[in-house]
Every structure is written in C-alpha cells, then in structure tokens.
Design a protein around this ligand. Sequence first.
Ligand code: GDG
Length: 460
Amino acid sequence: MARLVVVSNRVADPSQAVAGGLAVALGDALHATGGLWFGWSGAIAEGGAPGEGALHVQQAGNVTLATVDLCEQDHAGYYLGYSNSVLWPVFHYRLDLARFDAGYIGAYRRVNQLFARQLMTQLLPDDIIWVHDYHLIPLAAELRAMGCTQRIGFFLHIPLPPQPVLAAIPQHEWLMRALFAYDLVGFQTEADLLHFSRYVQAEAGAEDLGQHRFRAFSRTVQAGAFPIGIDVDEFAALTHAKSAIDMYKHMKHEYGRRKLLLGVERLDYSKGLPQRLRAFQALLKKYPENLRSATLIQVASPSREDMGTYTDLLQELEGLCGAINGDFGELDWMPIRFMHRNVARECLPGLYRVARVALVTPLRDGMNLVAKEFIAAQDPADPGVLVLSRFAGAAAQLKEALLVNPYDTDGTADAIQRALQMPLQERQARHQKLLENIRTQDVHWWRKKFLQALGEAGRT
Ligand code: GDG
C-alpha cells in the first residue's frame, strides 16, 4: 500500500492524548500505511533568512513528523499576512476586513516554495500526498515545478466564495490556476463545489468534462465535495471519561436552576459572536420569562492574537457582554458568562452535555465541528437542542437542527426560544436523526472517501 503524506500548516502529534478529531483521523490513516506528516514547526527562527528554514524530523511510532521553522518575516507575510489577512477574510466573504498588502504574496510564495523544497527531500516514489487548507494552495504547483509526479490531493477546510467575491483577490487567477496542479481538489459542501465550477468556467474558460472534472490550463482536475466529520466514537468515549463527567456534575450543581445555553469557538469574526450576543439580548427582551433563568456561557478561545482585527473583536464582545449583563443582570444572576480562555478538550463534552441549547451561529463557516461535537455529547434520553446557522457548511447535513439566519436578530431570538421550549419527544426525535447523520458521515468516512477519490483521479 502506498505511503500517505499529509501536509498542513501545523502538524499535530497524533499519539498525543489531547489531539483533536482531525489529528486522530489523519493519525489513523498515517499509522495504517506508516506515514509522513509535514508542516510548519510553529517556531519562529530568530535571525533566519526569508525562504530558509531548518527541517526537523522525528519519529512518532510508525509516523514521521517533519517540520520546518519560519523566519519572522516569512511568518508575518505568509501566515499573518496572505493566509489570514487576505485568504481567510475573503474566503469568509469579508472583503471589508481583507488587507491586500503588496508584500504578502511574496512571502506566501516563498514559504510554499520552501515547504516544497524541503518536502521533496522526504518523498518516496509511490507516496500519496494530501495537502490541507488555504495556507498551501500553490504547494502542488511548486512541487510539480520541482519534478514531483506523485498523486497530490488538496482539501479546503474553509468555504470557497462565489466568483465575484473571489475575484477581489488580486492574485485570484494565479491561485485558481494553482489548483489545477492537484489531481483532486476537495471542498466541504456542494455549494463550495458549485462556486469552483462556476469560477473555472467563467474566468478560466474551463471545459466541464462531467462528474466534476474540469480541463483548463492544459491540465485536468477532479473536484468533489467531502463534508468533514468528527470521530464520534472518540468523542463519545471522552464524554464518558472522568474529566467530562466531573465537568458535567460541577456545572449541573452550579447551574441546576438555570437554563443553560452554550457557545464554544475560537474567537473569530467568522463565528458571528456579536450577532449572537444581540440575539440573546433580544431573547431576554422579547421573552422575559427567561430573565433570572437563561444563562449563556460563551467560550471564545484565544486565536491569532497578534492580529488587530481579533483585538477589536474582543473589545466589541467585552463591551456587549458588559452592556447586557449591566442591563439585565441581578445580584444572583448574570445573563452572560464570557470566557476568553481555552477549555481543556477532555472537559468540553461535559460542558456540551449540560447545555440545553447550543448556539452555533457563524456568519460563514466551512463546516463547523462544534455543532457535531455537541450532538455527539448529548444524552439521547434528554438531549439538548442545536441552533445552527444556515451559513455553516454543517447546515447542509444537519437539517434537524433549528436553522437560523444569524444576521436576523429577532428570528434567531425566536429560534432560541423555540429551542428552550422544545418538548422532550421532539428533542429526542431530532437528536436521533442528527446523531445518525454524524455517525454515518464521520471523520473516517470523510478520510476514506477523499483518499479513494484521490486514488481514482487519473491525472492528464
Ligand atoms: C476550520 C474551519 C471546519 C474550540 N474552542 C475550544 C476548542 N475548540 C475546538 C472545537 C473544535 C475545533 O476547536 C473548532 O473546529 P470548527 O470546525 O468549529 O472551526 P475552525 O477552528 O474554524 O476550523 C471549519 C474545520 O476547519 C474542519 O475542517 O469545520 O469550518 O473554519 O474541535 O472543539 N477546543 C478546546 N478548548 C476550547 O476552548 N479544547
């Protein structure tokens, strides 16, 4: 069996107990064939030169972890710059937040070239290479330019916006042309796939060969939708382990008299946090029976802290929480508990399980794994209700959630009220269907489906 090579911006050691679902799933695949995981080490080398970075290779069982350091300038231009100030906002439809600094693209190319150069030294002739996410769009093109002939697949974890939005990126043609160096390009949803298909036909004159195969730039690429899932069994096991049970009991004791609502995400403007807080505020105004009772715990774990847009967002959220707590709070009840901290992964399922309602209301999200984790952690006999944004990729699969438009404050408040009042039978019926869905299309299904399609995608 061919060896699997996974390439992503960050590398997780799959043998570590704290590794998340994706690391576990990719780890499984890597273990099965004995694999290589390649990416940035997370270290910024002081005094390093642009485009240069030492390679570190270590063994974790039968998986080789190969990582490259970046210098300060490359980290600033490639990671903070092009990846997170251009691609992340634009791919999440936020042209207003994009910063098209002319210096970023040079660093983005340089780091992709550096990765390609270092990766080439590690490759075996029959390797199958799987590249992940927006940081590494041009990697295959760089590898091909260095003579790489192995099969290469790409999976985009974030949304692909429609052509008029994508075209705002000055290098949009170059980026999309780079995708044709892959054998397979995977997206989260059919909607993303449609955006790809429309873009390449309209902007690159691509020929549609049927079954999502496209020919342009003298190359043929296979595209597909592969909605990512979670490791349901791993998450269920976490739910029944001590840390999660302790967390559940503690929260039940603290909040037993309250109706608990929960939001968990990285602090990011794509997640719709201000809009969610306003919807919760509207709920308290419109449905006063929730006063002294409904409590929203919002975990916003620190993310990309060295970027200004994230600091602004934090300030906005702290202001909103202060205003809502100030207006509605009582000596013995605070409507919102806002935590700008990371909750230990082992405790998360306990928190999910104690919540009556989860608010997963991003303005735009590739998939959203929190929605799936919440479902996996529920007690099927007395499950909580998922309020889910129609703009999360997960909404295409999780139809039994209460789907909302997060821009519609009143509509979202109404859905939250409906969730809080939902009778047990309806909660059970919805949860059963949702659980079936995340079980059938779990992360192992996703990985196998992608790798099978990559194996079948013949390059011409
Ligand atoms: C990208 C795409 C796509 C969050 N807070 C804490 C914490 N988390 C964990 C969750 C979940 C993960 O982080 C977040 O995954 P999401 O899918 O919700 O969102 P992104 O990080 O934006 O991920 C997304 C995903 O890639 C996969 O393709 O679904 O659309 O944007 O696992 O549990 N974990 C811990 N403490 C926290 O405070 N331990």
